[in-house]
Design a binder for this molecule. Structure first.
Ligand code: C5P
Length: 222
């Protein structure tokens, strides 16, 4: 139903987790599988868009007619997205690590054999990829995701404003049957006028096609 709706548009999608190295053998990451972002990339390509998919480390095949760029860290993801600009539509589905270790140890960190008083890891903030791209003069129509475990709509609306987005997709990740690493999803989309549109629980593929049709409508109106 979204067939041809994005013809002539360049769509940039971020997906998956990021990995932030601690030392040569360890890293910090999260439970994102990348499934929602990859399903969105597939649906956008089906709708006729030229799709650039910037993905953190995931175990998923690249959808047909999608240009995929693999990255590891949040900073790599920002560099790859900036290189892919300009675009008409940005959908940020990646679960970007908010923090990274301040220093990456050049050698594997060793346990102290004489003491057992824990290990303190100093973390620093990562750049916000979505907010950075949504602030540029050539700003695309910008869609974010809010994965929350509580106060879903309130936090989602706060993010929409803070990151200067057009739409935010709110996702309750406290519910194990939807969200991180599950096959299905159920979401609410909120716009700048605080209107909420609900998409009932179904496969991530179906949700992705519904979301792309909805977003394509709003993009045409923008
Ligand atoms: O603030 P929070 O991480 O919950 O915001 C989620 C939204 O922001 C998602 O769309 C995510 O892809 C994006 N994001 C980002 N770069 C970050 C953090 C989040 O693009 N460093």
């Amino acid at each position: 139903f979204a067939s041809g709706r994005l013809t002539g548009r360049h769509v940039l999608i971020t997906a998956g987790p990021t990995q932030e190295n601690i030392d040569p053998v360890r890293y910090i990451t999260n439970h994102s599988s990348g499934k929602m972002g990859f399903a969105l990339a597939e649906a956008a390509a089906e709708a006729g868009a030229r799709v650039t998919l910037v993905s953190g480390p995931v175990h998923l095949p690249t959808p047909d007619r999608v240009e995929r760029i693999d990255v590891v860290s949040a900073r790599d993801m920002l560099v790859a997205c900036e290189a892919a600009m300009p675009c008409d539509l940005l959908i940020a589905a990646a679960a970007v690590a908010d923090y990274r270790p301040q220093v990456v140890a050049p050698q594997k960190l060793k346990k102290d054999p004489d003491r057992d008083d824990g290990l303190l890891l100093q973390l620093v903030r990562n750049p916000d990829i979505l907010a950075t791209l949504a602030q540029r003069p050539d700003r695309p129509f910008s869609v974010g995701f809010a994965a929350e475990t509580e106060n879903l709509l309130e936090y989602a609306l706060r993010k929409l404003k803070a990151k200067n987005l057009d739409l935010i997709v709110a996702n309750d990740v406290a519910n194990p049957s939807i969200g991180f690493n599950s096959e299905e999803n159920a979401v609410s989309v909120i716009d700048r006028a605080q209107r909420e549109t609900r998409f009932a629980q179904t496969s991530k593929g179906k949700i992705a096609r519904q979301l792309i049709a909805f977003i394509a409508d709003r993009l045409d109106q923008a």
